[in-house]
Ligand binder design. Structure first.
Ligand SMILES: [Zn+2]
Length: 229
């Protein structure tokens, strides 16, 4: 008997990647329990983690699919409580195709001490330099989305006062890497601050680091494929 073809789930690959990234956040202790959330935009649709589901058990079909107005397109669970925040970033930032939000320990702790995480390391040029702390607003509220939107121009990551961090990128891998970088920078800053006043890089040093990074990333090619002549 001929096998009846089954319909391919909507955004199958993106849903799998979103679920995997959410599990990575948990296993690398960037989040605890069901805090934090992950999404990826494909065209006019967004795949986003569901609200209050165990991330270790997430299957691709547990990931919600919504349109850019937040209307449910596919999925059986309620989307993350920070859906509006994710959608606001997708609508406002044309180079944003993936978002990672966490309540990681050091990034969250830093928001209680400063209005801006200073540019203490050259790698922060990938985050846009010093990282602003968006003023506090209730989680899941339009006010929080607006607070982050006001702080994000010129940055790929923002800290959220007494809440956590949010990073974006052209891919989920990049958004996750920026989340990890921001958490590491916050930890370094907190350690330095515990024994003195951390020294930050100036604008000229950050500009040079940015130019150097561009040179290295454009030259980052396999010597077998691109032998030097
Ligand atoms: Zn949160």
């Amino acid at each position: 008997m001929a096998e009846i073809p089954t319909a391919k789930p909507l955004l199958e690959e993106a849903r799998r990647s979103v679920a995997e990234t959410a599990r990575k956040l948990l296993t690398s202790r960037l989040i605890v329990n069901t805090s934090g959330n992950v999404s990826q935009r494909i065209g006019d649709l967004v795949a986003i983690t569901p609200s209050a589901r165990d991330y270790m058990q997430l299957a691709p079909e547990d990931i919600c699919v919504v349109d850019l107005d937040g209307n449910r397109v596919d999925g059986k669970w309620l989307p993350s409580s920070e859906l509006e925040l994710h959608l606001a970033l997708y609508r406002d930032c044309p180079d944003c195709a993936a978002i990672v939000h966490t309540h990681s320990v050091h990034a969250t702790a830093a928001t209680m001490l400063t209005d801006e995480l200073p540019a203490i390391h050259y790698q922060m040029c990938d985050l846009g330099g010093a990282v602003p702390v968006a003023p506090y607003a209730t989680f899941g509220s339009p006010e929080l989305a607006q607070s982050v939107l006001s702080a994000i121009p010129g940055h790929t990551a923002v800290l959220m006062a007494n809440h956590g961090s949010i990073s974006y990128g052209p891919t989920l891998e990049k958004a996750l890497a920026r989340t990890v970088l921001l958490e590491w920078c916050a930890e370094v800053w907190l350690k330095a601050k515990s024994v003195g006043t951390p020294r930050a890089l100036n604008d000229g040093q950050l500009r040079e680091a940015t130019d150097q990074m561009k040179r290295y990333s454009s030259a980052r090619a396999c010597y077998h494929c691109h032998p030097k002549t």
